[in-house]
Design a binder for this molecule. Sequence first.
Ligand code: EPZ
Length: 445
Amino acid sequence: MSNKYIQVEQSLNLRGQASLNGAKNATLPIIASLILTDGVSQLSNVPRSHDVMCMMELLRNLGARADFIDEHTLEVDTSMLDTFCIDPAIMKKMRASILVMGPLLARFGKADVALPGGCSIGARPINYHLEAFASMGTQITMQDDFLYARASSLKASTIIMDYPSVGTTENVMMAAARTRGITRIVNAALEPEVLDLIAVLRAMGANITIRPAATIEIEGVDELKPVEYAIMYDRLEAGALMLAAAITGGDIYLPQAPAHAMEIFILKLQQMGHAIEVGAHGVGVHLKATTSPQAVSLKTGQYPGFPTDLQAPMMAAQCLADGVSVIEETVFENRMLHVHELVKMGANITSEHNRTIIKGVDQLRGAAVMATDIRASCALVLAGFAAQGTTRMTGLHHWMRGYDSLELTLQSLGGRISIVDCQDAEYQALLGQVNGSGVTASQAC
Ligand code: EPZ
């Protein structure tokens, strides 16, 4: 991948019907949850993104078998799972590896993990995870960036979270699912992907109740069974495709889109002037783009607020909207690095830390840009479709980590996008053009 980059040519009026993949951010905790079971499970609608491959590698590393038995169906056998030590190389590749900590503590009473480290969007600490496990009776010692967690027997606890952390909610639920007694998570995250994990845990035999307001109660059981489950469709991929049509004046139909989980995002697009029809029972969307999009403002937040993972792609659409948009990022402390790259494409954006002001312009121009996280890569591709000329984007690994062949779906809608493999000299020259951004290549987020 080192000499590969994404090339995008101006592609207006993207249109057609497209199918979606399963949600990466549901798949990762769900694969980790299989550690709680003994036997063979089957997950369908699994996206083949690099982060998912990484989680499969992690489970194999722990002694499980994990293989695709068809294009998107993953079979995992955890009956031979025999270790509780997470390979540090994998932890460094993907922060979400921390999601196996809860299941390992429930299964073995032990978990050895390397500190996952931060990435370009933030320090990404895991203090909430560790505090929660400590309150469940886990002794955690740290040595040389390695954490050694021991719990002779986990105990049910009430965990009141400072912030509704998605990963912490998921990790604690998985630990509590096999811990005798009732564990309560107060101020829990209730993102659609968290609800998908709850559905899987219930299918395994877990006893989980969601109570108002944002409290999850888990009554531990002794054994959880292997499952067959279809991962939810990816609302973030749906959002990306809707924005691809919106920013190019196109028309798109996504019959599988989980519109019921995208309400504020859809409202914002409608406020821009795009015509959106939602299918029966909140499944499926048809977007017909307006030719004169109006700028809208937004503030990211926990669900059902505006998703932080659609902030960057939505910002790309504001660059060409009439008026002024104010976008505020409240979830991550440094998730505005795509601003600099969009400005290189001619956008009129000023940032005051996590508050960004976008004044719509008539035209963007292709440029050499760098993706700094998964969702920034999406924003820059979308901007490239609207921009005059050619955009070349480095940081391909972010795109591959978060999406399963999204470039092929975009091509099917008329998008002129390709992954280019070039010689060292050309790639170095491209990096030279990009490096004006002053951003260093980022670790996985
Ligand atoms: C999940 O990350 C997603 N990743 C992220 O998607 C998503 O942006 C995020 O939730 C918010 O929705 C996966 O599901 C694999 P958090 P997670 O714990 O669990 C702070 C993408 O692009 N925090 O809800 O790491 C944290 O630093 C990725 O697909 C602590 O301070 O998110 C952040 O500021 C990016 N201490 C805030 O809470 C902790 O112990 C929200 O983090 C944990 C989190």
